[in-house]
Write a protein that binds this ligand. Sequence first.
Ligand code: AAO
Length: 490
Amino acid sequence: YHNPHNKHGRQAIVHLFEWKWSDIAAECERFLAPKGYAGVQISPPQESILLTSPWRPWWERYQPISYNLCSRSGNENELRDMITRCNNVGVNIYVDAIINHMCGAGGGEGTHSTCGTYFSADRKDFPSIPYSSFDFNEGKCRTGSGDIENYNDIYQVRDCNLVSLLDLALEKDYVRGKVADFMNKLIDMGVAGFRVDACKHMWPGDLNAIYGRLHNLNTRWFNEGSRPFMFQEVIDMGGEAIKSSEYFHLGRVTEFKYGAKIGGIFRKWNGEKLSYTKNWGEGWGFMPDGNALVFIDNHDNQRGHGGGGNAIVTFWDARIYKMAVAYMLAHPYGVARVMSSFRWNRTDDWQGPPSHEDGSTKDVLINADSTCGDGWVCEHRWRQITNMATFRNVVNGQPHSNWWDNGNNQVAFGRGNRGFIVFNNDDWQLDVTLNTGMPGGVYCDVISGQKDGGRCTGKTINVEADGGAHFKISNTDEDPMVAIHADSKL
Ligand code: AAO
């Protein structure tokens, strides 16, 4: 459950938040495969509630109504077509699986769902699955409101409603069976694994029982006997009763400390310095490398939901965001996930994806310069980020090496003899000769440009025969960092 089943040595996952299946299929073929992204986390594919107040919030998709594969991103045929086309170019699909709950208790009754399936939140009746009131945890929860009131009471966190979302009784064989059927249908269609939502709110034993019922991956694209990759959303910043370590044996776990810490470091808050990251990773009290799924921001904490607080950096802070993402992609710790967002009005954290009057999601517009338009941010297409995803592929398996720092916010490190990166987050110039560990030659900096045919569209770096190279990075540069790797050698 810990192996993402990457193809062709590709390493980074991208979350194409709220993208339609047809756009993801096209993106796999025209961009992700050629640029070397390993996989895509897709938005929840099951039918969900349809909310109009506020108008079509992004979070309606986190309120399932049925397990019909019919969502704002498209129908089952479009989903199947996308999974097939992405797999055919070696890009894995990971599904955001909402299995802890159904819709909110106040969701009402009727056919206001993404494909018109009837349900009643009042009677806890979801006839299309079917789930009835017997399939929910209400009887087990012992808070007055029926909601989680205290995160330090593990029974409340697992048996009560998370923000009023009707909590499924996953201890029941029947419910486990329905959840496993839903996930198995997706596995059989060819997905490589799941981001499992709200795992803190499910008992590890229940998850173990469900995972145990899952099929092996489809042998049309994966090796015989491959287990689905599971990465579990558990927000553990320390200080709560439930620890992410309770889920390690079940798969990988989201490391929320990673983005919260790196945000504070690049913002230089509370005396944090980049030079303190010499022992970044487990040395910082993060979970074991083999368990970690890391990211700078996610769809929740980029807009103030979930964990991490306001240290989190996002595309709104583009300059330090590119540095933070580059740091993550250059560093060996964890399986890395890149965020790909849509713009929203920042006072309205509920706002859904770019859409037409009727609420249908807009196509992702691709501009001539390969950036996106129409409200789609496409961080994964920003040159600095795309090129660092390639860097991660090129240096895969190489150790963290040749660390240098100035005791402040200028640092550099390499990955064996395959890559080297230098950051200047101080308010003055960096001007230093460093040992890169790389073979001598002229390299193209993949931050300011890239190799294009035989020439470099950005800065060039001369590495001497002994591995030494001189770096000069002004603190006023558009991107105050330089990165070179084996494949950027001219
Ligand atoms: C919406 C409305 C609700 C309404 C509900 C039902 O907003 O008002 O009651 O519908 O009608 C998303 C949205 C929700 C939305 C929901 C359903 O974010 O706003 O509710 O869809 O439409 C907890 C969970 C975690 C969860 C996170 C948002 O543990 O699993 O809340 N994330 C996932 C998804 C998310 C989704 C759901 C789950 C539900 O990624 O998109 O919700 O499917 C502490 C705890 C965390 C807890 C947070 C937030 O975190 O540790 O476990 O996350 O609080 O409650 C510091 C601390 C950090 C702390 C944080 C916040 O950073 O270090 O530990 O502060 O206090």
